[in-house]
Design a protein around this ligand. Structure first.
Ligand SMILES: Cc1ncc(COP(=O)(O)O)c(C=O)c1O
Length: 447
């Protein structure tokens, strides 16, 4: 990678007083980004949870740009309002969510959470006789959010954006990455009849683990005034695979679900999706009225999204779903999960590497055994950096249960068996070279 300062100097021109040639500007963008982009669309990129991009999605996304339609209203782009209607129904079907659910295509899972939690806030508070949208939260009973200790930061940000406040989140302990049932029940009892949102996880970002939906959702719904939201940024796609569907058994009993198409489905950024069991609350939380807007008889995306003008981001999703079909989407999910399992297994069987979590889906963790005298966490980060610098493959790190680990995240249609073989070989080669450079024995006390 080119250093940040050099990248800045390449772009940091004086704003031109007069226009120039667009072709020259595009050439400048191509040249100046060289060494400053990641190969995240390639098959050996296993960092964060970064989906690749399917060619059908890229082509459809170019159409979206060339058409330059405002997909807010059916009146602005009737064909694209219909594409969105159909794609939403396909998504509900594929992910095995209730077909009558409301939905929206958001920028990502972050805004899917915001949309779902805004619907939850409205639904819960209206049912208690308070209108948060009209009178503000100060005039309403305090909402509580109950989530797992490993909940994704995007839930916290949704809670902040919606004025619920981080102080009103209670974190429930987990066992093997899954929300602990008895602990959740204790928190539900403690909250009593207060309005509350329980946030569950379909695919923990570190371990890929899934909550026990039948037990947890039933417990939550036994408590009065409770809405259950599921963060399924990548894991909700288990529903599209006959091999992995058991992981999301019972998830359709929740009240809302958030996911991404730019992760497992390999849609281009930005592409999230939210669905709720409560269309009235969803629409009530998002819809707008203005005298200059013409409302048509078709579904108006503006009524379901936290945006006014918007990109027709359902079009690439439609293109990928139509290209792959049910079986193709299932194969894509299964291939990513199988490869994640294989990489984790083969690395854990290699000298100097321990398994931390074995993937049940597409995420796993390994940890490098530390040479005597080295700081364990720094050693793990050092090896991850060296693997990246080696250039064949890219992984990122995380802190799990207080220790630095290397994440294995397989999320791309482009990953092949050859990529997997190369990735395993690259990590082994780099680790061997680094361990040799240390020229010391492995500290087995760290494992
Ligand atoms: C579990 C989980 N939830 C939510 C998000 C946020 O998704 P997005 O980046 O699409 O907003 C992520 C992102 O990686 C995630 O892994």
């Amino acid at each position: 990678m080119v250093p940040i300062d050099e990248l800045r100097s390449r772009f940091d021109l004086d704003l031109p007083a007069h226009g120039g040639n667009a072709g020259d500007v595009i050439d400048l963008l191509v040249d100046a980004t060289d060494g400053g982009l990641m190969a995240s669309a390639g098959g050996r990129f296993f960092g964060w949870v970064t989906g690749g991009v399917h060619p059908a999605g890229v082509a459809a996304d170019w159409l979206v740009s060339a058409w330059d339609q405002n997909a807010a209203l059916a009146a602005c782009a009737p064909a694209l309002a219909i594409v969105e209607e159909i794609t939403g129904a396909w998504m509900l079907d594929l992910l095995r969510l209730p077909p009558e659910s409301s939905f929206a295509f958001t920028t990502g899972c972050q805004m899917a959470h915001v949309t779902a939690l805004a619907a939850a806030r409205r639904h819960l508070l209206l049912s208690l006789g308070s209108d948060p949208d009209q009178h503000g939260l100060a005039a309403c009973p305090q909402l509580q959010v109950i989530g797992s200790e490993h909940g994704h930061g995007s839930i916290d940000r949704a809670v902040r954006l919606l004025g619920i406040g981080l102080d009103n989140i209670t974190q429930v302990p987990t066992v093997n990455g899954c929300t602990h049932l008895a602990a959740l029940e204790r928190e539900l009892d403690r909250a009593g009849s207060a309005p509350k949102i329980v946030c569950l996880s379909a695919g923990d970002v570190n371990t890929g683990s899934f909550d026990d939906f039948p037990a947890l959702i039933a417990a939550a719904h036994r408590s009065p005034n409770t809405w259950v939201h599921v963060d399924g940024a990548f894991g909700l796609w288990a529903g599209a695979s006959s091999k992995h569907r058991h992981l999301v058994a019972g998830v359709s009993d929740a009240d809302s679900w958030a996911t991404d198409s730019h992760k497992m489905l390999n849609a281009p950024f930005d592409s999230g999706f939210v669905a709720t069991r409560w269309p009235q609350a969803h629409r009530g939380a998002m819809s707008v009225e203005a005298s200059y807007i013409t409302f048509d008889s078709a579904r108006d995306p503006i009524d379901w999204n936290p945006e006014w003008s918007r990109r027709a981001r359902s079009v690439p999703v439609y293109a990928i779903l139509a290209t792959l079909g049910r079986s193709g989407v299932g194969d894509l999910i299964d291939r990513c999960c199988n490869f994640a399992g294989e990489i984790a297994e083969r690395l854990a069987a290699s000298p100097g590497i321990d398994a931390v979590t074995v993937p049940s889906f597409n995420q796993g963790l390994v940890r490098f055994q530390v040479p005597v005298g080295q700081d364990p966490d720094r050693w793990n980060d050092h090896v991850i950096d060296c693997v990246a610098a080696d250039g064949d493959v890219f992984f990122t790190g995380t802190t799990y249960e207080g220790r630095r680990c290397m994440r294995i995240s397989v999320c791309s249609w482009a990953t092949t068996q050859q990529d997997v073989d190369l990735a395993v070989a690259a990590v082994r080669r780099v680790l061997a070279a680094e361990t040799q450079a240390e020229d010391v024995a492995i500290d087995t006390n760290d494992s």
